[in-house]
Design a protein around this ligand. Sequence first.
Ligand SMILES: [Zn+2]
Length: 229
Amino acid sequence: MLKTDCLKGPGFHERLLRLVYPEKCIFCEAILPETAKISTCGSCYACLPRYGRGFERAPRIPWINGLFASFIYEDSVEQAIQAMKFFGRPRAAWTFAFLMWEELNKHPLMPDFDLIVPVPMHRRKRMSRGYNQSERVGQALGRFLNIPVVDALAKTRHTKPQSLSSREERLKNLENSIRVPDPSVVGGLNILLVDDVVTTGATLSTCAQALHEAGASWIFAAVIAIAGK
Ligand SMILES: [Zn+2]
């Protein structure tokens, strides 16, 4: 259930700030009214490449009991996710979480989750970027879904960028790179892993394996977008 204070819209100070620094659509940069609740204009919102399915079995992603994707990773969604990752747009994380929450609510057979766990980032990368986008999306989604969010996973080894690797190379690269520092926070719980994009699923699978080994019960994953469809 949505916490009632989540979507009240911007407060007085935020609206004043927006008169000076106008809020823009995360997809097309159109200037939005200062009362806008999410950072999306009407025409982008109408044309989003929604994936349109509920939680699906993902046989190619071991350890994951079900996968939910809100959008197809293409065009404006791809650009906005890239901007959120590399140009630090915290409002984009909030907006994406809202849009994910909307898509999740279209599929009433959503499992019951005890905990949201964001996909971790190595601390060195987090320090250079200043934030972990999956953590920001996960925290906002936790507020919308009213589910606690815990950074239960730690990336213990810096792995090379994965965008050009094959699935096998990705898995090899990620081996033993993610762990659960305190298994007592996930033991027996149903977990919703949150990440920005799924491509081969190697990262989600590695995270889910670590959570299983730490005693978690069911592990589902929700991503903003799915690539390669
Ligand atoms: Zn727009």
